[in-house]
Design a protein around this ligand. Structure first.
Ligand code: M6R
Length: 587
């Protein structure tokens, strides 16, 4: 979390507008505060910072412009210290400005040493300890290069750093451990938290690996490893999928991304081929993921056990390695992730690789060349394109598409059904009016219940997550059969209960659960198909007929639309919900 950027102009232009452009693309990583520091023509470091979204910083800079041909920028997701201006990056001291993404675990120790030497701290951040350590080295007469290298020897934790020193005003100093960082070559020399943020002015990119350190100048980049030996890195061409094309005619990224789902699913099917024998040597599957990606994994468990006949577990990645798990030989680990950066998922993979060398890792990722896709043995990419809205939508249904292709690799009739799915999804996107009415019904609710069974139980969880993360209405998903074991006590006439009930194997069981809910509350809404709708005497949302195994993909879409509409009606910021960030790179 947190987005960092560093830019050097190659033709002596002011780079502040470019830094702002890049910060706009990085805002999905956090928006508690933003800041920029540049070295001006007189070799002086100038800085501007503002609390809240990037617009506040832009307003400040328009009133009080700063200029420079080399500079750094930051958009913050607060970890240490409240989202105040003092805690906003860049952190600065007399000769240095630095931006940081990550957490310095031994900062207290570094800070106490510096305080004992007389250094004064002005923020509550871990990062300021790094900056004042660098300053203490400079004050001893150490060169910026040596100071930066000495700092890398003492810091513990996760980081992507970019620093500027007024004593070496033509160099960006960068280093990475666990937090992502890419360096770009083009009309400007750039470094950023992701490829998209630097793709605007770069044609080629190098991804830094953990332990890498780089010095970027106007004409060159020098790469070093942990021992500071010079190393070579592979350059990758910038491709269209790295470029964020903006919101187009849509008011919000989330709505655009919901609407892009038929095409995302279609492209995902076209881009991936899974052989009939893919699972031949696999005796067990373990799925690890977080949040929405975890819900995709939960759906996949139903599919894998039913159609591959392979025992499958699905686990929350952030919990996995803390409970001494038993990892059987020949387990296939499937890591599901949109960003490819989620540190909980990355650490869980590393744990498994350390503890059982027979396990292979398959990543299902949306971001090409992301950290998780680089540590995996195989990758299947979802072709959802860049997803900017913090609430994951098209990445989720594309993940389900890859998982369905895996699960159904020996069942041609299901694969044929999957190929028709994008067209059927287009039909659901036309339900906007119906969804709008429903959104009006629940926009003032205190809480909402989502019910599903079998492979739609995870979709009930996902529907509830979508609603709560952007509208701030409390919502819970339940397995409908579990209601009678406790949660049914919550149902009264005011409580909206949204039930997922397509025709199929689970219909009659789910129908009975809905009757029980209807006997206790008045605000029951059933998402079903034509056949099902004939049997319900309550509010229904009628979806196109779908092969029941693919219902999780189709039934996700109206729930996304509903969360979106409710949030717009409540006047909340759909794409940047409070306290959240798109990539979660802290544990
Ligand atoms: O990038 P990942 O798929 O690994 O991210 C996992 C979760 O952080 C993510 O799905 C999160 O739950 C979203 N905000 C859900 O909309």
């Amino acid at each position: 979390m947190c987005g960092i950027i560093g830019i050097i102009s190659r033709n002596n232009q002011n780079i502040v507008p470019n830094i702002i452009d890049s910060l706009e693309k990085l805002e999905y990583r956090g928006y508690d505060s933003a800041g920029i520091a540049v070295i001006n023509n007189n070799g002086k470091i100038l800085r501007e910072r503002a609390v809240g979204k990037l617009n506040n910083l832009k307003n400040k800079i328009s009133l009080n412009p700063i200029n420079g041909t080399i500079g750094i920028g930051h958009t913050r997701w607060a970890t240490h210290g409240k989202p105040t201006e003092e805690n906003a990056h860049p952190m600065m001291s007399t000769n240095i400005a630095l931006v940081h993404n990550g957490i310095i675990e031994n900062y207290e120790q570094i800070k106490n040493n510096l305080i004992a030497q007389g250094y004064k701290f002005t923020s509550q951040t871990d990062t300021e300890a790094v900056v004042l350590y660098l300053q203490s080295e400079i004050d001893k007469g150490v060169s910026p290069r040596e100071a930066f290298r000495n700092m890398l020897q003492i810091v513990e934790g996760t980081y992507a750093f970019v620093a500027i020193f007024d004593l070496m005003p033509n160099i960006l100093f960068c280093a990475k451990n666990k937090s992502p960082m890419a360096i770009g070559f083009g009309q400007n020399m750039c470094v950023g938290s992701d490829a998209s943020s630097i793709s605007g002015s770069c044609d080629e990119i190098v991804y830094l690996d953990d332990g890498d350190y780089a010095e970027i100048s106007k004409d060159n980049v020098e790469f070093f490893n942990l021992d500071f030996y010079s190393i070579q890195k592979e350059k990758i061409k910038v491709t269209d999928d790295l470029v964020n094309c903006g919101k187009g005619n849509y008011e919000h990224y989330m709505f655009k991304e919901i609407m892009e789902q038929p095409s995302a699913i279609r492209k995902t099917i076209q881009a991936n081929t899974i052989s009939f024998n893919f699972f031949d040597d696999i005796s067990r599957i373990l799925i690890l993921a977080c949040g929405t990606s975890y819900h995709a994994g939960m759906v996949a468990r139903y599919w894998f056990e039913r159609y591959l006949n392979i025992p499958t577990n699905v686990e929350i990645a952030s919990e996995y390695r803390y409970r001494s798990p038993i990892i059987e030989d020949n387990t296939l680990l499937i890591a599901i992730t949109q960003s490819g950066e989620t540190i909980d998922t990355l650490e869980a993979i590393e744990y498994i690789k350390e503890h059982n060398h027979t396990c292979k890792v398959l990543a299902i990722a949306n971001v090409k060349n992301s950290a998780i896709s680089r540590v995996a043995d195989f990758v299947f990419y979802t072709e959802a394109g860049i997803e900017i809205g913090v609430a994951s939508t098209k990445a989720f249904t594309s993940q389900l598409t890859v998982l369905a292709m895996l699960a159904f690799c020996k069942h041609q009739y299901l694969l044929d059904n999957l190929r028709n799915l994008p067209t059927i999804c287009e039909g659901v996107l036309c339900l906007e009016d119906k969804i709008y009415n429903l959104a009006q019904n629940i926009q003032n609710a205190m809480s909402v219940i989502y019910l599903g069974r079998d492979n739609l139980y995870p979709i009930a969880l996902e529907g509830a997550l979508k609603l709560k993360e952007i509208s701030y209405i409390h919502a819970e998903g339940f397995a409908a059969g579990e209601m009678k074991h406790g949660p049914i006590a919550l149902i009264n006439d005011e409580m909206p209960v949204l039930c997922l009930c397509p025709s199929g194997r689970m219909f009659s069981k789910m129908f009975s659960n809905i009757q029980v809910a209807q006997a206790r509350g008045q605000n029951i809404v059933v998402f079903t198909d034509d056949k099902g709708a004939l049997l319900f005497d309550c509010n229904t949302v009628v979806l196109p007929d779908i092969c029941e195994e693919l219902a999780p993909i189709l039934y996700s879409i109206p729930l996304q639309l509903l969360a979106y509409r409710v949030t717009v009606l409540r006047g909340e910021d759909v794409d940047k919900p409070r306290n959240l960030a798109k990539s979660v790179t802290v544990e």
